[in-house]
Ligand binder design. Structure first.
Ligand code: IMP
Length: 204
């Protein structure tokens, strides 16, 4: 990440953008990641349109466009998912539904006899301004599915995901700043923050 100290000081006000989500964990993480950029995301109660698609990009694009057209404000939508190699990418775009129905235990059961634990998390951030097309920022973190549930922090599949370069800990076992440094969400929102500073605030 670039040094943002001076630029962040130059921002008289925090820039507030609506975040279309009902997931408080995502809001908390995104705001931790974006605070060095002087950007604050405000959770919006606007109902997120969820189209059926295998592509996180398409889902996030449509939802952002739909919300911007009705709210007449710049918005952010984020779609993310866990892709497990041995399960041919499952649960992928269905991660939220699968987490609600099966949880971490269900995934561990599905992988009971599987030695190849390779997996990745992907995050797509879609930023859309009125009368513009959505702009997309992506982040991926590679890793493995653990053999048991480990740790207490975070949300969703954090207790069973061991990111590469995380000293063998699951996301749930590490401090939040370490998750942000390694995570799919950290990567995608930092790309957005850099872009916003250069293209919207014209600070570069
Ligand atoms: P959606 O983006 O609202 O469709 O939800 C994606 C789902 O993937 C979440 O409900 C979580 O179950 C899971 N997920 C996405 N990102 C993370 C993460 O950072 N940690 C753990 N689980 C996640």
């Amino acid at each position: 990440m670039r040094k943002l100290g001076r630029e962040a000081d130059m921002l008289a006000d925090t820039h507030k953008i609506f975040f279309i989500t009902n997931n408080d964990h995502k809001v908390k993480e995104a705001n931790r990641i974006l605070s060095p950029f002087g950007i604050e995301l405000i959770k919006s109660n606007f109902i997120k349109l969820e189209i059926q698609s295998k592509s996180l990009k398409k889902i996030a694009k449509y939802a952002a466009l739909f919300a911007t057209k009705r709210m007449f404000k710049p918005v952010i939508v984020e779609d993310s998912g866990l892709f497990i190699k041995a399960l041919k990418g499952f649960p992928g775009p269905f991660s939220s539904y699968v987490y609600d129905k099966l949880g971490c235990e269900g995934i561990l059961k599905l992988m009971n006899d599987i030695n190849d634990r390779t997996a990745l998390f992907k995050c797509v951030v879609s930023f859309c301004q009125p009368n513009s097309k959505p702009i997309i920022f992506e982040g991926i973190v590679y890793g493995e599915i653990s053999f048991e549930i480990r740790g207490n922090s975070g949300f969703g599949f954090d207790p069973i995901f061991i990111p590469k370069f995380g000293n063998g800990l699951t996301f749930s076992e590490m401090p939040p700043e370490d998750k942000d440094r390694l995570s799919h969400r950290g990567k995608a929102f930092r790309k957005f923050g850099e872009w916003y500073i250069s293209n919207i605030l014209n600070l570069k």
